[in-house]
Design a protein around this ligand. Sequence first.
Ligand code: HEC
Ligand code: HEC
Ligand code: HEC
Ligand code: HEC
Ligand code: HEC
Ligand code: HEC
Ligand code: HEC
Ligand code: HEC
Ligand code: HEC
Ligand code: HEC
Ligand code: HEC
Ligand code: HEC
Ligand code: HEC
Length: 449
Amino acid sequence: MRKRTFYLLALPLVLTVSGLFLFQTPAVSEEGCVTAQCHPTLLKGKDVHPAAQGGCDTCHESTAKPHPQPGKKTFKLVQEPPALCAMCHTPFGKKPNIHPPVKDGMCTTCHNPHSSDQQKLLAQPMKDLCLTCHSDKASFKYLHGPASAGDCTACHTPHESDNKRLLLKEQPDLCFGCHTDMQEALKKKTVHPAVLGGCTSCHNPHGGPYKKFLSAEGEKLCAQCHAEMVEKIGKAKVVHPAVMLEKGCATCHSPHAGDNEKLLVKSGKDLCFECHKDVIKKNMTVIHGPIKAGGCTPCHSPHASQYDKLLVKEFPEDMYVPYTDNEYELCFSCHNRDLLRYPETSFATGFRDGERNLHYLHVNKKDKGRSCKICHNIHGGTNPKLIADSAPFGKWALPIKFTKTDTGGRCAPGCHKPYSYDRKTPGKTPEAAKPKAEEKGKEEGKEKK
Ligand code: HEC
Ligand code: HEC
Ligand code: HEC
Ligand code: HEC
Ligand code: HEC
Ligand code: HEC
Ligand code: HEC
Ligand code: HEC
Ligand code: HEC
Ligand code: HEC
Ligand code: HEC
Ligand code: HEC
Ligand code: HEC
């Protein structure tokens, strides 16, 4: 009884052992194929494909005996990739965007089916792998960190994706993965609509010939979408040199987002002071209204203009100007032209002696009318009513020596003897004697010399 039981128990064991033996001899075993003489390095990689550990015949089948034969193939694959790999791995093809080499079953171009020193059984180090076919993605003057390191899979899947261009994520989330500060920046009050269209409307994600891999240089970058404006600037008589600096439009505008109006990097006059500190000097106690209110742009275009000094309206460059009602358009877009229109007035200007309009007298002349800037500082100064300390006269700074009184003022300029004007009591002081037309003419003759 005991012996029978033994045989009954032993039989399957014997069958199994002999069966294994029988099965193994003709088959291709890992032990048999990988020896010091045969395929010695095949499984030497740091990571061995578990499929290859299980036996070579999972993937290879003998087609001729004996093995090996010189110059003749004696094995074939049981199936060609990708079907071969799909025996165990979920096949690709479910997503709309498939990498062509994957679609073509070129798995072994990127993966070693046996073993590898690289992670994921890669046939080459990650930094070289993609560049074997996409070498153009790493030959730029300015390279984007992850692309230049060959870390293409920081942004792309190698196989297939729901996103276009095999991207791991849609933009801008793709970029925010590493540029977290940029995500913060986009929480600012105004976000440039261009950013919503994706970061790559301005940056090449791999690299490029321009700094920060911008897709174009200077103002050309912005011209891609603001063509009309850039064209207008290009055609203008005077272009602000700031636009032509290396950063182009980004000198003044943040290309991404900002808390200031119009995406400006600084608000109001602070922007202009970045480069024009001297316009308002520390000693200036009187600042012209619009500047005090915050801006330079009521008078200057920040981009370009048809007028000198980037002015938004006409203001003559010369010191002496034949007067017409079209002159000084800039000033009279805010001030009332009546201040110099009539020879006599009792209210239109404070610059009068009694009713005699001294603005009219100085400015409103067919031949040598004086420009506002002879008497007034345009940006700011140290005297009331923005009266200048001096007026440029050739190389000479002609002193004006203005003093204000409650009802008028007095000046002792280099161009004539001291005069006073008084709105209540005309001709009050001896010096205030009204200059006669002939006398004036003489004085002007002297000025010319
Ligand atoms: C997961 C499937 C798979 C397994 C398992 C596998 N191979 Fe391969 N083997 C391949 C594929 C696919 C190729 C063709 C590679 C190519 O196209 O470059 C190949 C090619 C070969 C080649 C010729 C090219 C070369 O790389 O030298 C040899 C030799 C080879 N295998 C031996 C073996 C041996 C020995 C084993 C068992 C230890 C084995 N293979 C296990 C899939 C496999
Ligand atoms: C017999 C089943 C089988 C076949 C056929 C097979 N593999 Fe594998 N492969 C595995 C197993 C099991 C693993 C380890 C488990 C895992 O990581 O998914 C693996 C792992 C891998 C890995 C590494 C995954 C990682 O996370 O490290 C890659 C890459 C790979 N296989 C590619 C291939 C390719 C390419 C083919 C076709 C040439 C192939 N495999 C065919 C079973 C197979
Ligand atoms: C263009 C090169 C390339 C081709 C072609 C390619 N792979 Fe991969 N594969 C990779 C890279 C790179 C990784 C590693 C991905 C990572 O680390 O994010 C990978 C990872 C894998 C993995 C590990 C699991 C995973 O997704 O991370 C498997 C399995 C795999 N590939 C199978 C295949 C199969 C099967 C094919 C053929 C149908 C194939 N690969 C074709 C480059 C490729
Ligand atoms: C064996 C050659 C080969 C290798 C290796 C290779 N690619 Fe490709 N790849 C192609 C071909 C071919 C195309 C289609 C033509 C093209 O767009 O340049 C392509 C297209 C692409 C595209 C564009 C897809 C689209 O939808 O427009 C991306 C992204 C890409 N590859 C990324 C990679 C990455 C990442 C790697 C490395 C993991 C890599 N490639 C490795 C051959 C390769
Ligand atoms: C920082 C993320 C990022 C990295 C890293 C990256 N790419 Fe891309 N790649 C993109 C984006 C975004 C696009 C889509 C651009 C578009 O739509 O204009 C793209 C497009 C592509 C395309 C198709 C369009 C084209 O320009 O030809 C290929 C091919 C490509 N990448 C290959 C690579 C390769 C190879 C690497 C590694 C050297 C790499 N990429 C690294 C983000 C990246
Ligand atoms: C995998 C991480 C990663 C991703 C994803 C990434 N970047 Fe970068 N990026 C870097 C690194 C690293 C640098 C170099 C760091 C430096 O120089 O300050 C860099 C630098 C830059 C620079 C130049 C910065 C400078 O000051 O010169 C720009 C522009 C840029 N990236 C844009 C992008 C855009 C656009 C995307 C999305 C398409 C993106 N990045 C996605 C890692 C990344
Ligand atoms: C309208 C064009 C435009 C768009 C869209 C754009 N950028 Fe920029 N980006 C620029 C310009 C121009 C610079 C250079 C600014 C400079 O020189 O001060 C820059 C600079 C950068 C820098 C360098 C650091 C810095 O702030 O100067 C990074 C990083 C960057 N961009 C990332 C991004 C990311 C991420 C996106 C998408 C969310 C994006 N950019 C969208 C034009 C753009
Ligand atoms: C991809 C297209 C695109 C590019 C490139 C682009 N912009 Fe824009 N930008 C827009 C759109 C769309 C608007 C909103 C409509 C408008 O005001 O014209 C806008 C608006 C603006 C505004 C007005 C914002 C406001 O609050 O009124 C400024 C300023 C601006 N862009 C500056 C720039 C500068 C500077 C550049 C170059 C660095 C640039 N843009 C490049 C598309 C673009
Ligand atoms: C010197 C600084 C500076 C430079 C350089 C500059 N801008 Fe401006 N930009 C401004 C200021 C200031 C405003 C606001 C004007 C206002 O409020 O009247 C503005 C307004 C704008 C606006 C809003 C529309 C408008 O007219 O109010 C757009 C768009 C714009 N700029 C585009 C550009 C482009 C494109 C460039 C490059 C060709 C550029 N800017 C260069 C300072 C600048
Ligand atoms: C990044 C530097 C920079 C910024 C910011 C800047 N400018 Fe300029 N600007 C210049 C340069 C350079 C010149 C030419 C040299 C000069 O006259 O100082 C110039 C010249 C001028 C001129 C004289 C033009 C001529 O035809 O003589 C005016 C007016 C002017 N800027 C106004 C402004 C105003 C208003 C702002 C603010 C909206 C501003 N600038 C911001 C750099 C700048
Ligand atoms: C009320 C109008 C007005 C305002 C506001 C104004 N400017 Fe002017 N600016 C002028 C006029 C007019 C000239 C021409 C003066 C001349 O012909 O000598 C001028 C000339 C200039 C010049 C050329 C150099 C010079 O001094 O002659 C610069 C630079 C300048 N302004 C910058 C600025 C800045 C910066 C601001 C803001 C802080 C500003 N302007 C505000 C009217 C104005
Ligand atoms: C954008 C509007 C604007 C323009 C253009 C402008 N001004 Fe003014 N101006 C003002 C404001 C506002 C005041 C302050 C008025 C007040 O304080 O009552 C002022 C004040 C003055 C004052 C001092 C008056 C006083 O009562 O203290 C003088 C002088 C003056 N401007 C001259 C000029 C000249 C000259 C021009 C042309 C180059 C000019 N302004 C262009 C708005 C402007
Ligand atoms: C000969 C010197 C002189 C010239 C030229 C001159 N002004 Fe005046 N202006 C004055 C004086 C002085 C006052 C102060 C009057 C007072 O006592 O209130 C004044 C006052 C003003 C005021 C304050 C309001 C008023 O009328 O009292 C404005 C505005 C003004 N001037 C604008 C201009 C403009 C615009 C021009 C050029 C078209 C100009 N001025 C030319 C000397 C001049």
